[in-house]
Structures are given as C-alpha cells and as structure tokens.
Design a protein around this ligand. Structure first.
Ligand code: SAM
Length: 193
C-alpha cells in the first residue's frame, strides 16, 4: 500500500518554487487578498463567460475567478511551471477550469485548437518585465486579437515598465495601485478596441 501523500501548503510550495525559478515567478509569495480583490473588482461578471488566466501559480486568483464566474463559464489557465500545473489540477477540481502547461504567449493558438471563440477577460500576473521588448509586444498583440471587442485585459505588476507597451497596443490604460501586497503592485486595465 502506498502511504497517502499530503499536499504541501500552497504558500510553501510557491516559496520553494521561487527559489528554483525566481525569474519565471517574479515574486516570493502569492498575491494577497487585497490585490486579488482590487484586480477582480471592476469586472462585469454577468457579461463574462470565457476567461483566460496567464500564470496562475498556486491558484490564488484562479479560485477567486471561479467563485465569481457563472456556472456556464470557462476558465483556461496557462502555466509554465509543471509543479504548479500538477498542484492546480489536483487541488482545483472544477469542470469549468482547464489548466494548460504552456506559455501564455500560445493563448491564441491554444484557444483556436479548442474551438474557443473570443475571450471576455484575460487576467495576467506573469512578470512582463522579464521578457524582451519584442516578445512582450508580440504577446500583447496576440492577447488583443484574442479578446472580443470591448473585452478586458487586467495585468498586475510590481513595476510600471510594461505601461508604454500596454498603451501602444491597447491605447488607454487605467491604473490602480495596491500597497497591501508583497511587493506593492500596480493593476493595469485595458480594453480591446
Ligand atoms: C508572480 S507569479 C503570480 C502567481 C499567481 N497568479 C498569484 O497572483 O499569486 C507569476 C506566475 O506566472 C508564471 N509564468 C511566468 N511566465 C509565464 C508564461 N510565459 N506563461 C505562463 N505562465 C507564466 C510563473 O510560473 C508564476 O506561476
């Protein structure tokens, strides 16, 4: 008989994975509940059915999104780290959630492969400052094409370095700041034209 494996607490799993992949994670702890509620507060949930999450980590925002999403909604999460992918698949058994072990830069292709149409909401916590400018612009252009007209992109970051590129691709960008997070974070809100 196999001894039963106990799940590692999410915060410890996150910190341990950060020590191995600091650039990929960009943060030593998951987002705080203050940042999560600031990111998700402006969303028009009754009009939101298809959601993409880039970089769910241990699923702190993922579960908050699922709590707000309707029963016929779909959430496709892109995560590069295989430890997090296994954790999410094991810990969040929700038929609306699909966790893909792929870069969020593949979102357009991956959704087309699944026959999924335009996306209402894309939420991203991936560290955009770690990408080259060329890769960042390509990623953001792909995300803009993925969103339905009027669809929303919510990006949270520790710096404002991605702001000029967000403006270049989306035009107007609304900004908010959340001090109650390690580290304090900016939330950028953009709409697809
Ligand atoms: C700052 S952590 C955010 C984790 C979680 N969303 C939160 O708010 O606590 C960034 C996450 O993005 C993932 N990541 C980094 N680059 C990625 C990419 N190109 N595509 C998908 N996930 C990525 C990392 O593995 C990590 O889980």
């Amino acid at each position: 008989m196999h001894p039963q494996r106990r799940a590692i607490p999410a915060g410890i799993l996150f910190g341990r994975t950060f020590l191995r992949h600091p650039r990929m994670l960009g943060s030593v702890v998951p987002s705080s509940r203050f940042l999560i509620s600031r990111v998700l507060r402006p969303v028009d949930w009754p009009r939101t059915r298809v959601v993409v999450e880039a970089g769910p980590g241990v699923g702190t925002l993922t579960t908050a999104i699922l709590d707000r999403l309707g029963g016929d909604g779909a959430l496709v999460a892109f995560e590069m780290n295989h430890t997090f992918v296994s954790h999410l698949r094991r810990q969040i058994p929700d038929r609306r959630l699909v966790v893909l072990h792929r870069t969020a830069a593949d979102a357009e292709t991956a959704l087309a492969e699944r026959g999924m149409g335009a996306v209402d909401l894309l939420v991203s916590g991936i560290p955009l400052s770690g990408l080259t400018r060329e890769a960042r612009l390509e990623l953001l252009e792909g995300w803009r094409r993925l969103l339905r007209p009027g669809g929303e992109l919510l990006v949270y970051q520790f710096t404002r370095s991605a702001l000029p590129d967000l403006r270049r691709i989306f035009g107007r960008v609304r900004r908010e700041f959340e001090p109650l997070n390690v580290l304090p974070a900016w939330v950028f809100r953009c709409h697809a034209p």
